[in-house]
Ligand binder design. Structure first.
Ligand code: ADP
Ligand code: MG
Ligand code: MG
Length: 256
């Protein structure tokens, strides 16, 4: 089993003038492989900041706390090292990679993470199978990564990566945003397949409760103004759906 441990994580975003703007005010979270945690919160509460900080985006400065994966100091690792250690981030806004085909991108990523090239004999089949399960046209393998992809195609491609790379911990940032109901179902089924292997812990970041009808979280964390303000089981998502985030707003500014 693998464990991602986030302790009292404090993060600021680096502003162009070199100033720091605090976004996360001390986040505690433990994610084990095989379990699914939903982080739910309003826009601007710092959910993507949390995801990017764990993945090592240079725009963010860690000002306190720790992140470890099976005891290893994640914050001391380069972005590549984090990926090789078993961390995976599906970004809210996946970026285009001009001139690099999906097939090449996936093979390169797989090689980098495993430390050896996937076996030619089996790789083609694995790739086709993963794309088929996400209901992606095989022709997509020859397209440039995310270039001209629709919102749904980008998210399907993220889940193809997830299935092929088999990370220890997957952070999925608003994987549900912009998906129609069919794409949402296909993408959710992909996440569930990976989760059900028992080898991957899922940190599902979302603004809406909709995706939680398809992906059942073991734990729900309510995230407001850079902090976790309430935690519970799946029933907490139903409460949020009914009551929204407003009732947390009053206490959001107070110290904890
Ligand atoms: P969420 O993903 O929950 O919507 P984000 O992590 O994207 O929230 O953003 C958290 C906060 O950080 C927001 O208030 C946002 O405006 C602020 N922020 C992010 N990047 C910058 C930046 N470059 N300059 C100023 N504020 C920023
Ligand atoms: Mg947002
Ligand atoms: Mg976000």
């Amino acid at each position: 089993m693998s464990t991602l441990e986030i302790r009292d994580l404090k993060v600021s975003v680096k502003l162009p003038e070199g100033e720091l703007k605090p976004i996360l005010y001390g986040v505690d979270l433990t994610v084990d492989s095989g379990s699914t945690h939903a982080i739910m919160g309003p826009n601007g509460s710092g959910k993507s900041t949390l995801a990017y900080s764990i993945a090592g985006h240079p725009k963010y400065e860690i000002t306190g706390g720790s992140v470890t994966l099976d005891g290893a100091d994640v914050l001391a690792m380069s972005v590549d090292e984090r990926a090789r250690a078993g961390l995976f981030l599906a970004m809210q806004y996946p970026v285009e990679v001009p001139g690099v085909s999906v097939a090449n991108f996936l093979r390169t990523a797989k090689t980098a993470i495993d430390g050896e090239a996937p076996k030619l004999r089996t790789w083609g089949g694995e790739l086709r199978g993963a794309m088929q399960r996400l209901q992606m046209d095989p022709a997509f393998a020859q397209r440039n990564v995310n270039e001209g992809f629709s919102g749904g195609e980008k998210k399907r491609h993220e889940i193809v990566q997830l299935e092929l790379l088999k990370p220890k911990i997957a952070i999925l940032d608003e994987t549900d945003s912009g998906l129609d109901v069919d794409a949402l179902r296909v993408v959710s089924e992909g996440v569930n397949r990976v989760r059900d292997t028992g080898d991957t812990g899922v940190l599902l970041i979302t603004h809406y409760t909709r995706i939680l009808r398809y992906i059942k979280p073991d734990f729900v964390h309510v995230f407001v103004a850079g902090r976790i303000v309430e935690q519970g089981g799946p029933e907490l998502a139903d409460k949020l759906e009914a009551e929204g985030y407003e009732r947390y707003a009053a206490g959001a500014g107070s110290a904890r």
